[in-house]
Design a protein around this ligand. Structure first.
Ligand code: PAF
Length: 277
């Protein structure tokens, strides 16, 4: 497994011709959810192909006051997991390697980025689009794998490669969960024992909604809110029912509606979603 930390080094090692390269972009602190994405990448790349994984805690996608400095960075544990999973290449640049101090060029998607997490985290998706564009240019993957837990990010990546003609296939990886339903996230480790014990209420509320016969989006969202608020430590950022195509609010539950939520437990913001019908 090669570990590359500078752009110069990456450029000095051109990709072997005819080998499919599949990228798993991450911010590190790898968990079983990432390992599932790596396995999907391997399947997509084939035994002869190359799985590349980037680890970069991207300052551009953290809004002021967010958890950029305390974001976990367990470099050795990440390396070990990648080695075990048969990753071929880790690209792990320092922030100074990725961004000039006087950078003034950004990539911005302007429709799907507006609602949901885009409304609560201004600039977040501009940071994601900018860094993923750079990773695509630097690593020139044939495909890139993104998790369905960040459904909005996945939709934006699909839109970005379509709009900007990136020759990169976007592959979606299903959400991986703890046995009690909590979606895996590097941020779960911030939760106190009491918060962790209450956090599965998110999945329970989503499942109850998806299994109900409710057709009014307003009533369904109200029921989800009520259920989540029954956990004393939960604070709702948003509960929204949107179309999977445009991520805009729906009045009624139709095929391809998505129930998406962001919930704070203390300072920790957790997201999850479920497809309806
Ligand atoms: O999902 C993430 O971990 C990040 O948003 C990504 C795609 C690696 C970009 O920094």
């Amino acid at each position: 497994m090669k570990i590359i930390s500078t752009v110069a080094e990456l450029r000095a090692q051109p990709r072997p011709k005819g080998k499919r390269r599949v990228l798993v972009p991450t911010m590190g602190a790898l968990h079983a959810g990432h390992l599932a994405l790596i396995r999907l990448a391997r399947k997509n790349a084939g035994a002869q192909g190359e799985v590349a994984l980037s680890i970069f805690v991207n300052p551009l996608q953290f809004e002021p006051g967010a958890d950029f400095s305390r974001y976990p960075r367990p470099a050795l544990a990440d390396e070990e997991l990648c080695r075990k999973e048969g990753v071929d290449l880790i690209f792990r640049p320092a922030p100074g390697e990725m961004y000039f101090e006087n950078r003034s060029t950004f990539v911005e998607e302007t429709a799907l980025s507006e609602p949901l997490c885009g409304a609560s985290r201004p600039g977040h998706f501009r940071g994601v689009c900018t860094v993923v564009t750079k990773l695509f240019h630097l690593l020139t993957p044939d495909a890139a794998v993104f998790g369905e837990k960040d459904f909005q990010q996945l939709a934006i990546m699909r839109r970005m490669v379509r709009d900007l003609d990136f020759p990169v296939e976007i592959v979606a990886g299903p959400t991986v969960r703890e046995p009690d339903g909590l979606a895996l996230s590097s941020r779960n480790q911030y939760l106190s024992a009491e918060e962790r014990a209450q956090a599965p209420i998110i999945r329970q509320a989503l499942l109850e909604a998806a299994q109900s016969d409710e057709t009014s989006a307003r009533k369904m969202a109200a029921a989800v809110r009520e259920k989540i608020e029954s956990a004393s430590l939960a604070r709702i950022d948003y509960v929204e029912i949107v179309g999977t195509d445009d991520l805009r609010s729906r009045l009624t539950i139709e095929p391809d509606s998505l129930l998406a939520v962001a919930i704070f437990f203390g300072q920790t913001r957790l997201i999850d979603n479920i497809l309806l019908r």
